[in-house]
Design a protein around this ligand. Sequence first.
Ligand code: K7E
Ligand code: CUA
Length: 680
Amino acid sequence: MENLINQLKKSAPKVTLLMALAAGAALQACSGDSGKANAKDDAVSSDAASAVYVAPGEHDELYSFLSGGFNGQVSVYGIPSGRLLKIIPVFTQFAENGYGYNEESKAMLQTSHGFVPWDDLHHPKLSRADGMADGRWLFVNGNNTPRVARVDLKTFETVEIMEIPNSAGNHCSPYPTNNNEYVLAGTRFSVPLDMKGGTADVSMAEYKDKFRGSISFIKVDKEHGDMELDFQILVPGFDYDLANGGKGPSNDWVFFTTYNTEKSGTLKELGASQNDRDYLAAINWKLAAKYAAEGKAKEMPANYYHNKMDHNSHIAKSTVKKTVRYLLPEDCPGMMYLIPAPKSPHGIDVDPTGEYMVVNGKLASSLPVFSFSKMMKAIENKDFDGEVNGIPVFKYESILQAEVKEPGLGPLHTEFDGKGNAYSTMFVSSEVVKWSLKDFQVKDRMPVYYSPGHLMIPGGDTREPYGKYMVVMNKITKDRFLPTGPELMHSAQLIDISGEKMKMLLDFPTVAEPHYAQAIRADLVAPNSVKFFKLDENTHPDAVKNEKDVSVTRKGRTVKINMTSIRSHFTPDNIEGVQVGDTVLFHVTNLEQDWDVPHGFAIMGANNAETLIMPGATQTLRWVPKQTGIFPFYCTDFCSALHQEMQGYVRVSPRGSSVPISFSTGAKKPVPPTTAAVSK
Ligand code: K7E
Ligand code: CUA
């Protein structure tokens, strides 16, 4: 390993940047003094341990929400301890609690393509009030089957998922404006639209003419957070990569990086790297909303799912939407502009003052910083350099404020500390580089292990960052942890940024691949956390609020078992009269009214998972027995000293059997009495 790195270090000046990028993993230790791939950080200071130490029983200062990437989930970590607090399933079935397996939540994962129980989740973004995270909701994107979801931070549960039509790769998403007026979602892959919400059946030879991108404007209900797709802008057929909203003077604007402005339909690693400059797209979202409201939007047929979890019944319902409104930039003067930006940019980040737009050109040798006030002046003076599809293009030089020279190799993302500094990740040279927004000079660099993608400063994309910590999320782990076979957990690193020099504090493994993350002060979320659901407010049609009201009923081939759980028994716990091939629905209500007392429910041979029922809620496990016999069911969550006793039995008889439906707890005689225990 070391030899390879040394070899690459020697040859590094000769390799082109493109090759260096491709070899990024091997070059990871080429910068700074970190020649030894397995070196312990020299930079770890002796007080690092106390800086991250949260004593047993104490709470962390911050919640952080890390995307799970290809696991389709969000994981919640405490900062500074790096303790994993929760995994929130969003786009992915989660066997641990039955999300996406139980009958109530299945509808959350419905799409126009059918049931899609997985996605690739990249960007958690907290809802905002006046440009600051308000701790109410977390919006996240599904990259693969384009979706945007909302997590309620009272319950840490996914409560809404909306599919995005006319999109194929919802990557630059979801970006809330400063008061959640809109959540914006852009497509990564351009596709030909069939003008019914899907993609058209055309030849790839028609890429340049027929392919389009889209940017979706999702309206957010001020009080409840419910989303609604207001309209889309159909944009030129580039790839749209990342976005970031303005603030302060640039409040009304949002910026999107683009690549493949060459519109290459194949071998994009070369085809999309021809132009020296791609674009940063600037969109005035307020003006777009005005155009849409004033009748500039046309309507086209669409077909997309909108799934919501009902607050009281905890049942998700899908609605299929059949139209979408759209704007064309060429019809809407002043709404959209293009700023040339060096070579296949990735991240775009707007500084806390709203004046600077930092573009991270992953193939570029410098970091360009654009000026919002210069952009406004250029608009006023009509200082343009041609147009694309009717969209004016600025001159690079007239919008540029400065270039940060030789920041490192492969810049991907930047965040801000609110004290005039920016921090950028360098994927290829495996480091974080601190530079100043005053003189645009590099001030400090720190090797990270290895190949960082996003970095996150709590509140780093808001008006007032919480400039104490930084979390860097690395793509490659290698020797940082004990080996665990061919795959290691991804790693995050916590860095102290309170002083002039960065200080490495902590490594911690993450669940799947974190791309972006956000964090918020714990006191903005913790006090609102729901402790249990009120049984009186449970409106589930099969809820049973009192043990004496339990029932087992047959209707044709379906048997409904409306039952309860409480420490430490199920009612009923003996059920007979079920036949092979029946659809059995266990509607289990957890009668507990206390914090942190879920009961689980699982039955032998079920083809789904357990379901974990929160106090006061009702959930349904569907089971189709395929064999005769006695089937035990039990509580899966060790809920009391008598948890192991929390179990029961279902008797399954052959199809057409005369065993009647009966149920009981052992205390009562079965009603009506059963036939012999063994049926032949
Ligand atoms: Cu850079 Cu999907 Cu935000 Cu990953 S993205 S790193
Ligand atoms: Cu209920 Cu264990």
